[in-house]
Design a protein. Structure first.
Lengths: 110, 341
């Protein structure tokens, strides 16, 4: 193994089912159902998945959902806005923890 | 990359090991040989001259091209319409407007009572020399199928050239003013979406709803239908795939999305395509790749024989994966409502 991440592994995702086929089938059934058209359109779901992929910094998911968002009719402006939503929530989540830091600092300090 | 030579193009299309030959894929689904199911459209490519050089163009059309259909060949196309009951004449290019015989061709076809479709890039109708053609089309009730890859400027101009989007919007407003695309009018205006790169188009109904809402909200423009068309790996688009290192992945994507239900409904089964020099093809894409009709049937408009042509076996190659992937693709857009086999 010369790298933890290999692009070819994305297509090998189904090997995860080899040792636990029932769990894999349940996961795939759930996964497939989640991305069906519902109260949200398939394009909205692809854009949410793209944003989450960036928040998780999963290169496999970024590859899969960049293509998927394009094939669901999203364009680059919509996709970069989705990434900014992920970035905003991550940075906001970092900053809100600053309140915890301040609370403790206030308690400890004069 | 400039790859005009059809032999070289076919070599590239056949050289991707991961993708089985299209004929084999059809055999496995029991659809081979794919045969014509009757001819309802005479599609005539009146030339490769165009005022644009779009990145997705399978024909490699542009201002530097010189091929243009002669009046004599057009006359023969009209003879075929007169001799048969083929109901639809579908005129494409290049930019059809840049063929000097176009108005006469349309007039004669209308006199024969045929439905006439012109595939326009819109921008040509903004050029001084051709600006009058919008009114001409309206007066002859020509159905317009207009390229507009997206409802935003940046996406469209990246694909078709700087300024194309704003010019297209200006022309669409003029067409609307003439009654094109309006509910109360019989003048049909259909838009064509194609992906801005090496990926499949979305569901037609979904992107049509987006276009309808956004074209009205942003520009006050209406249209009748939106057709999604998959980019076909030929001509300038094949050059892009090679230059960008996307060919293998794109063909694999198309092949992986092969949908037998779409294969049954491909447009080549119901049309015949005439090249600028009168040669006959199964479709405009075969024309781009130099794949003339099966040698068992007439190969030129001079020898047109409806009986044999309407039962001919279709000539297939790996580019055919584009018309059979996902929702399928044709000159009239998607051919099935579900992308699953």
């Amino acid at each position: 193994m010369d790298s933890y991440y290999n692009p070819a592994d994305l297509a090998r995702f189904p090997v995860i089912g080899e040792d636990a086929p029932e769990l894999w089938e349940k996961f795939m059934s759930y996964y497939t159902a989640v991305f069906q058209e519902g109260a949200l359109s398939v394009r909205e779901k692809a854009l949410i998945a793209l944003a989450v992929a960036h928040a998780l910094q999963c290169p496999y998911c970024i590859e899969a959902y960049t293509r998927d968002a394009l094939e669901k009719g999203a364009d680059r402006e919509q996709m970069i806005e989705a990434v900014h939503v992920a970035a905003a929530i991550r940075s906001g989540a970092t900053l809100i923890h600053g309140v915890q830091m301040k609370n403790l600092a206030d308690k400890l300090g004069f | 990359m400039e790859i005009g030579d059809s032999f070289i193009q076919l070599h590239h299309l056949r050289s991707v090991d991961a993708v089985p030959p299209f004929n084999q894929r059809l055999m496995a689904t029991g659809l081979f040989p794919l045969k014509s199911a009757g001819i309802s459209t005479l599609q005539v490519n009146v030339g490769r001259v165009c005022n644009l050089s779009c990145k997705h163009c399978h024909m490699d059309a542009g201002p530097d091209r010189t091929e243009s259909m002669s009046r004599e060949i057009i006359s023969r196309c009209l003879g075929v319409l007169d001799d048969t009951d083929i109901p639809t004449l579908d005129i494409t290019g290049g930019a059809p407007e840049l063929n000097p015989h176009l108005p006469w061709f349309i007039d004669e076809a209308v006199k024969l009572g045929r439905r006439v479709i012109v595939r326009t890039n819109l921008t040509v109708l903004d050029l001084d020399e051709y600006v009058h053609l919008a009114e001409f089309y309206a007066s002859r009730r020509v159905e317009l199928t207009a390229s507009l890859p997206y409802y935003r400027e940046s996406n469209t101009d990246r694909q078709r050239g700087e300024g194309v989007f704003n010019t297209s919007v200006r022309v669409l407003k003029r067409l609307n003013a003439l009654g094109y695309g309006c509910e109360q009018s019989r003048l049909q205006l259909n838009l064509v979406y194609n992906p801005a790169g090496a990926f499949l188009p979305p569901a037609q109904h979904a992107v049509e709803a987006d276009f309808r809402r956004e074209m009205m909200r942003r520009y006050g423009i209406v249209f009748n239908q939106l057709f999604t068309i998959t980019n076909v790996p030929a001509g300038r688009f094949l050059g892009f795939l090679l230059d960008s290192g996307n060919l293998e992945e794109y063909l694999d994507r198309l092949s992986g999305a092969f949908n037998p239900r779409a294969a049954v409904r491909v447009m080549c089964r119901n049309q015949i395509s005439v090249g600028w020099d009168g040669r006959l093809y199964d479709c405009d894409f075969n024309q781009a790749l130099g794949l003339t009709c099966n040698p068992e049937v007439p190969g030129h408009i001079h020898d047109f024989d409806l009986a044999s042509l309407q039962s001919r076996p279709i000539v297939l190659d790996n580019h055919c994966y584009a018309c059979t992937a996902g929702f399928g693709s044709s000159c009239g857009g998607a051919v099935v409502e579900s992308s699953y086999a």
